[in-house]
Design a binder for this molecule. Structure first.
Ligand code: IPE
Ligand code: IPE
Ligand code: MG
Length: 227
């Protein structure tokens, strides 16, 4: 049976979920935020160590300004209202991505939540915020460029300078919403991840479906290039 230390999810399909019900796209984002809470608590109760959720990509700035603004407001509201959930459930919160482009209240909330929950020992919930894998790798290169030469650089050094420093590689990656692509998410960290794509739009995703995906994952034969 495979151990599941790190679960990563590309939460996709909010807009299509809303469109299917003749609602505005933002209604899909609102409904999606509620699911984040359920899935996070389930993971905390089921001894998963790391849950990484793709919430906003470096490419999502291309969307209409009104949608981007709504997502920023929703994120701030979510983090504020969920602070208690993180504390009550001993969940550590961490952000990956370049949060420097966010507005001050949002940046401050992210840093505050990281600080308040840093000693929590249950699940670590990692939100990917203005995250792009290529941007993360570029920022990593910028950090290490002057310190190493071709002879002294090691895989381990790259790993330790990514936003996910200290976090094990992804074991299982789920994408909701029916697309079968990675969209610039954790390219380095998913080298040997098991992949699962589901048609379910994120606002319809639930803990029952998650449980059945994990049951299937546990029975897969992971070889890591060996036999
Ligand atoms: C995922 O849902 C949420 C974000 C990318 C912020 P989408 O907004 O991409 O929903 P679809 O894919 O258009 O249905
Ligand atoms: C990926 O979804 C990003 C997030 C879920 C935050 P997108 O909807 O942005 O991806 P594409 O554009 O379909 O590849
Ligand atoms: Mg999408």
């Amino acid at each position: 049976m495979n151990e599941l230390a790190h679960l990563a999810i590309i939460m996709d399909g909010n807009g299509r979920w809303a469109q299917a019900q003749n609602k505005a796209r933002i209604e899909g984002h609102k409904a999606g935020a509620k699911i984040v809470r359920d899935i996070t608590i389930w993971c905390a109760k089921n001894t998963i160590e790391y849950l990484t959720l793709y919430a906003f990509s470096t490419e999502n700035w291309k969307r209409p300004k009104a949608e981007v603004n709504f997502l920023m407001k929703l994120l701030l509201k979510y983090l504020k209202s969920e602070k208690k959930t993180y504390l009550d459930n001993n969940i550590r919160f961490k952000a990956i991505g370049d949060i420097s482009l966010f507005n001050n209240p949002l940046k401050e909330m992210i840093l505050d939540l990281e600080e308040c929950t840093k000693n929590n020992t249950n699940l670590t919930q990692i939100l990917a915020l203005n995250y792009g894998s290529r941007d993360e790798i570029l920022r990593c290169f910028q950090k290490i460029f002057h310190k190493y030469t071709a002879e002294t650089i090691l895989e381990k050094i790259i790993q330790e300078n990514l936003d996910t420093a200290g976090i094990p590689d992804v074991d299982l990656l789920i994408r909701t919403g029916g697309e079968q692509r990675i969209s610039n998410f954790l390219l380095w960290q998913i080298s040997y991840a098991e992949l699962h794509f589901t048609q379910t739009f994120w606002p319809d995703f639930n803990t029952q479906e998650l449980e059945s995906i994990i049951t299937n994952f546990k029975q897969r034969n992971r070889r890591f290039g060996g036999l």
